[in-house]
Design a protein around this ligand. Structure first.
Ligand code: HAM
Length: 424
């Protein structure tokens, strides 16, 4: 007996009907991105490992513990993309498009995490990056796009958490003070951070354990260390968001998992989801990233949102409807055995209808069963009798009204009847 294979641990197959929800989400996002002036960017699924090490930081958790690293046959060391930003910035540096360069993407991302609900080894992100400008209006545009997109998905229980990391110098000043605070209280930190706090003190801010939370709550706060420029930038972002009616909560302890962040950082939290996987999106500025990847010192800002988490959040809010229509209009049942159905189906599809048909010369009864299951509104029946009379039988598949349920029409009246019945 041959072994049966399954999708790798922490990954999943997405098949119908769930895949239609994905299609709806991606199409809605693509439409938003277009309206906000972002163009699609496709970059390779793997990059030289340096792109990620230099981009997200070689000491970040993702780089040290979670990246899928491999050597190809030419002994080059690559990594599967753990996130979308570093690749887009690498492409920006390589191709030097005019600025601000505004790109959107939909991509799988790979992280060797401990799989659980809402946390996978391959997840999928919708995201945007706007590169080549320091303007706070661009931060606002990125955050607004995300917010309006979540609204369009019907999500209502979403909170926007906002912070500013300042630029490199503000952060260095803060880290020095934080380091001193952690050193003083190191015996009170959780087991993990009692030993690792000095490597990257900012990581302690992100710790969910009570011990660290206690120490951090009494400690220094990042926004108090911003220089005048960074403070003004942050104030501009906050005031524009408030003018737009987008509520945000200042979260001075919000640090994100990658080292590239500067100034504005944000996270969208879905209150309908459990704590471990309630971040449905996050992002921020990364003003040093282009230079770190060999480009000019230009600013950038973006966000990424997990498709799986967005769908979980919709489900948790009881939103079951699809955002895109993917139901079949017509199912063609054919018992003639020749090409009548093939020609009819081609004609119907050319006129814009979504059409499925029976295959394998099955009996009328068996084809009707498939038609019923297909979700189509109408079945068109073509058998020898219909062909001889140049007619077609139309059967309503979803109607309770018996009189409307079945009628036979002349072939040349078909289009009028379909328009009336299907409203299209
Ligand atoms: P991130 O916060 O690591 O940021 O990921 C973005 C979103 O992807 C998260 O908010 C979450 O919804 C989803 N996500 C992350 N990891 C997983 C996982 N293991 N399983 C399921 N969903 C997950 C970034 O990746 C940055 N590149 C965002 C960004 C863009 N910053 C600036 N531009």
């Amino acid at each position: 007996m041959s072994a049966s294979f399954r999708a790798p641990v922490g990954t999943h197959d997405v098949l119908a009907p769930q895949s239609a929800l994905w299609e709806g989400l991606i199409a809605t996002f693509a439409d938003f991105a277009y309206r906000y002036g972002f163009t699609l960017a496709l970059t390779p699924m793997f990059e030289e490992i340096g792109v990620f090490n230099r981009g997200i930081g070689e000491h970040s958790d993702v780089a040290t513990k979670e990246m899928y690293v491999f050597q190809d046959r030419g002994e080059r060391t690559y990594a599967l993309r753990p996130e979308g930003t570093a690749s887009v910035v690498r492409a920006f540096v390589q191709h030097q498009p005019t600025t601000p360069y505004k790109a959107w993407y939909v991509t799988p991302a790979f992280r060797y995490e401990r799989p659980q609900a809402g946390r996978y080894r391959q997840h999928h992100q919708l995201g945007v990056e706007a590169i080549g400008s320091d303007d706070p209006a661009l931060d606002v545009e990125v955050i607004t796009l995300a917010w309006r997109f979540y609204q369009a998905l019907g999500l209502t229980r979403i909170r926007l958490l906002l912070n500013s990391m300042g630029h490199v110098e503000c952060r260095a000043r803060y880290v020095a003070v934080l380091r001193a605070h952690l050193e003083e209280h190191r015996s009170q930190l959780c087991d993990e951070h009692a030993t690792t706090w000095s490597q990257n003190p900012l990581r302690v801010l992100d710790c969910k354990r009570d011990a660290c939370i206690g120490v951090i709550n009494d400690g220094p706060l990042l926004p108090d260390f911003l220089c005048a420029d960074c403070a003004a930038h942050f104030a501009a972002v906050r005031s524009a968001l408030s003018d737009l009616g987008i509520d945000s909560t200042l979260e001075p302890r919000l640090v994100r998992g990658f080292d590239y962040y500067t100034r504005t950082t944000f996270e969208f939290v879905a209150d309908a989801l459990g704590n471990a996987q309630n971040a449905i999106g996050g992002g921020g500025r990364y003003d040093g990233l282009s230079e770190q990847l060999g480009g000019k010192p230009v600013g950038g800002v973006g966000f990424g949102s997990g498709i799986e988490r967005l769908l979980l959040a919709r489900e948790a809010e009881g939103l079951t409807g699809n955002l895109i229509n993917r139901t079949i209009d017509i199912f063609v049942v054919d018992t003639t055995g020749d090409d009548v159905a093939t020609v009819l189906v081609d004609d119907l599809r050319a006129r814009g209808y979504a059409v499925e048909r029976g295959f394998d010369g099955r009996s009328m009864k068996s084809q009707m069963k498939v038609a019923d299951r297909s979700g189509a509104a109408l079945a068109l029946l073509v058998g020898p009798q219909e062909v001889a009379a140049d007619e077609i039988t139309i059967r309503e598949l979803r109607s309770d009204d018996f009189d409307r349920a079945q009628l036979r029409v002349a072939r040349d009246e078909l289009w009028t009847v379909l328009r009336e019945r299907l409203n299209k």
